[in-house]
Write a protein of this length. Structure first.
Length: 401
């Protein structure tokens, strides 16, 4: 066996040490790169959250004009991003607006440079640039306000409440982009404001002349609202959301039947007949003792059960038809469903009925194949404005999703 010389052994040891040092340098660089890229990932996550919030805020504030929407978007970004000790300087935020197929599109972008800690030994990597973008389309809304103006609305403050709440509500929507109609119903239904754009001033004026009268034909109100929504033309490629906002202070108790010997009429719970296309023009006609209805065989002499049940069943059917055609139904109920004055022994509000109209997931009649809306309930006239604002917020949230 030949021995290695001391010189050779020392050379190999030197090479091993050099390789070890090189390996450690590379390892440190990779560890440092991982740590610094981890900081970059965290920063980008914060940017993404902030630009998403800014984008949605911009969309929801478009009704105030694009400059105001841009300011609101930047403010939302600042709140959600906050401050970071890693940033070289505050982020740069851009907000731009475009129109695509009649819809307003909001784009928000943000970039920021962060200091590195380990890889800054490399001159080009003293800082890292991080960015994120978001885009949201503000869908146009086609909406019918279906308002109960039955006689009880005079005594319980409902009419006075609507005169404040409806203008506040429609002012949440865009005169330039959205289209809104106003329908009223009692023993019949009319459309004081057909689907129009702009609509704010027209509806503000129309609601001030409301006055409560007679029974509650919810079915006809929903029917007129559906006609307004479905009759509104949509530009090819336009992104729209169709909405019916239904407001009532009591039970459905009047319904439409086409089989009378003098033509189609609305029938009140006391069997009084009305022209379905006007408000409470009474008619004379023969009323059958029983009618094959949607709720079963209706005994027309049984005011407090059969007539009410059929009125609700027919209103539910119209709401279901509306939802099957892409409309989202929101229901607002005004009155105390437990301690309020009874109507034929029934509570003044049937919350289960309102949930069925809106197709909420907890409704007995819930249909998962149709869009789900929501309800808002208040017991005092002073609540009406806030109830409408609650529904406005829910609609605007959908418009910006």
């Amino acid at each position: 066996m030949r021995r290695k010389s001391a010189h050779t052994t020392r050379g190999e040891r030197g090479q091993t040490l050099l390789m070890f040092l090189l390996f450690m340098i590379v390892l440190i660089i990779f560890i440092g790169l991982g740590v610094d890229l981890g900081f970059a990932y965290i920063t980008r996550a914060r940017l993404s959250k902030a630009v998403d919030s800014a984008c949605l805020t911009g969309v929801r504030n478009l009704l105030n004009g694009q400059p105001a929407a841009a300011d609101a978007a930047r403010a939302a970004f600042s709140i959600n991003y906050g401050t970071s000790g890693r940033d070289v300087a505050p982020p740069t935020v851009t907000v731009t607006f475009n129109t695509v197929n009649n819809n307003t599109v909001v784009d928000v972008g943000a970039t920021v440079s962060i200091n590195t800690y380990f890889i800054r030994v490399l001159p080009l990597w003293k800082t890292l640039a991080v960015g994120s973008t978001a885009e949201a389309t503000r869908a146009d809304v086609i909406m019918s306000l279906v308002l109960d103006i039955s006689g009880s609305m005079n005594g319980d403050g409902g009419i006075a409440g609507l005169k404040i709440a409806v203008p506040d509500f429609v002012n949440q929507f865009s005169d330039a982009n959205d289209r809104v109609a106003m329908v009223t119903f009692s023993c019949g239904a009319t459309t004081p404001v057909p689907m129009t754009r702009p609509f704010r001033a027209t509806i503000d004026t129309a609601v001030q002349s409301l006055n409560g009268i007679s029974w509650t034909c919810s079915e006809r109100g929903l029917t007129n609202g559906l006609v307004q929504n479905q009759g509104t033309p949509i530009v090819a490629g336009e992104n729209v959301i169709k909405v019916i906002v239904f407001f009532t202070d009591g039970l459905a108790n009047t319904w439409y039947w086409p089989g009378f010997n003098c033509g189609p009429l609305d029938m009140g719970p006391d069997k009084t007949l009305y022209d379905p296309n006007t408000l409470c023009d009474s008619k004379s006609c023969t009323v059958p003792a029983t009618i094959a209805g949607l709720s079963g065989t209706v005994n027309t002499g049984n005011q407090c059960s059969d007539m009410y049940a059929e009125a609700e069943a027919r209103a539910r059917a119209v709401a279901s038809l509306a939802r099957s055609e892409g409309n989202i139904v929101y229901a607002i109920g005004f009155g105390d469903p437990i301690n309020g004055p009874k109507e034929c022994g029934h509570p003044p509000l049937n919350i289960a009925f309102l949930k069925a109209l809106a197709n909420t997931p907890d409704s007995t009649y819930y249909d998962s194949t149709q869009p789900s809306g929501d309800i808002a309930i208040g017991s005092d006239a002073s609540d009406i404005d806030q109830l409408f604002q609650t529904i406005a917020s829910k609609i605007l949230l959908r418009l910006s999703k």
